[in-house]
Design a protein around this ligand. Structure first.
Ligand SMILES: *Cc1c(COP(=O)(O)O)cnc(C)c1O
Length: 378
């Protein structure tokens, strides 16, 4: 049996999305900048796709630009604002994705000042601390919406209100929360929003950035005048059409949430000394993250993989190194606790049997690994 529970790393392309993309690879392959009819037809489709994304955020069409994915969007948002200002102070958190964290680290080396906010045990920032850290030099606050590791959903409405009151720009990395947690930019004060297609059953290598009207940022590449002169390069039309189609699909959020809650309940029932990382409320509908006492996460992952079950030990990027996840350390876990944690991320393509099989295997493997673990005491 094959069970894919690593949808936080990437997702299967929805067959409806693949079908649409195929058409833009072999039939409607024109360049939207071309004047002939094939180009202009494709240009019309591109603008329709932009409208679909804008609608999802209740934004205007001119406020959405396409990029190569979440990483580029985060870079463009943060460096774009920083370079436009020339100098200043940025506030972010200790639990950002590397696309934000390493961008901020790079800006620090260039002379920008960066403050990294602490989070509590469930991964939430403290609004009062954020307020205290904002100074007259602060140019940008960048805070992740739905955390990719432990699923914490920050209160971006409250953060947005504070940023508005203090007159600083607010960017959020919404790659994990996009289409899962609604964002209405007419009701929530957020200036820049990053999103990506491959976390929502779209293709890899395509994403976008919402940029509120009137906000100036410096573009990172030089070239043509595509994407309102902000992001040059011939548009990735199959990707863009795939992203828009992914946004249109049925999200089945209630269904996923039921599976998530069953997985949490069954693990807590079947496996002793298993502790949920991250919050119980305000958690991404598809995220389950557990710490198993006395267990080494990497061995558990490999044992599950042998049984056809795909999970992860954190973010895909950090799982290649043996450094414990910065997110797990930030919520107060000790090194061995962070190493004993596993992330399960679900999708609408999972079924109840996947959960039953996973819990059965998990129970077996955890028992076996604990028997030989030097960390485990009954
Ligand atoms: C996956 C992810 C990214 C990076 O997106 P890519 O499209 O893979 O570049 C950024 N932020 C978060 C929270 C993510 O989960």
């Amino acid at each position: 049996m094959k069970v894919y529970l690593d949808n936080g790393a990437t997702t299967m392309v929805d067959p409806n999305v693949a079908k649409v993309m195929q058409k833009y690879l072999t039939e409607r392959y024109g360049n939207p900048s071309s004047i002939h009819s094939l180009g202009q037809e494709v240009n019309g489709d591109l603008e329709k796709a932009r409208e679909t994304i804008a609608k999802e955020l209740n934004a205007n069409q001119e406020e959405v630009i396409f990029t190569s994915g979440g990483t580029e969007s985060d870079n463009l948002a943060i460096k774009g604002i920083a370079y436009n200002a020339g100098k200043g102070h940025i506030i972010t958190t200790r639990i950002e994705h590397h696309a934000v964290l390493h961008t901020c680290k790079a800006l620090e080396l260039e002379g920008f000042k960066v403050t990294y906010l602490n989070v509590n045990q469930e991964g939430f920032i403290d609004l009062k601390q954020l307020e205290k850290e904002i100074t007259k030099d602060t140019i940008l606050v960048s805070i992740i919406h739905g955390n990719n590791e432990i699923g914490t959903i920050q209160d971006i409405k409250a953060i947005g209100e504070l940023c508005k009151k203090k007159d600083v720009l607010f960017h959020t990395d919404a790659v994990q929360s996009f289409t899962k947690v609604p964002i209405d930019v007419k009701k929530i004060n957020v200036d820049l929003i990053s999103f990506s297609a491959h976390k929502i059953h779209g293709p890899k290598g395509i994403g976008g950035l919402y940029i509120k009207k009137g906000i100036k940022l410096k573009r990172l590449f030089d070239g043509g005048s595509q994407e309102f002169n902000i992001r040059p390069g011939t548009e990735n039309i199959p990707g863009i059409m795939g992203l828009a189609e992914a946004v249109k699909q049925d999200k089945k959020l209630d269904y996923i949430k039921k599976l998530r809650d069953k997985l949490i309940k069954d693990i807590e029932k079947e496996i002793p000394k298993a502790y949920l990382n991250g919050p119980r409320e305000n958690r991404l509908v598809n995220n389950v993250h557990f710490r198993f006492e006395g267990i080494e996460g990497e061995s558990l992952l490999l044992h599950l993989s042998e049984e056809g079950i795909s999970v992860s030990t954190g973010s895909a990027c950090s799982s290649k190194s043996l450094k414990p996840s910065h997110v797990l350390l930030s919520i107060g876990l000790k090194h061995e606790q962070a190493h004993g944690s596993i992330r399960f991320t679900l999708s609408k393509f999972n079924i109840e049997k996947d959960i039953d099989y996973t819990v059965k295997m998990l129970k077996e493997k955890v028992e076996r690994l604990r028997k030989i673990s030097p960390l485990w005491r009954e």
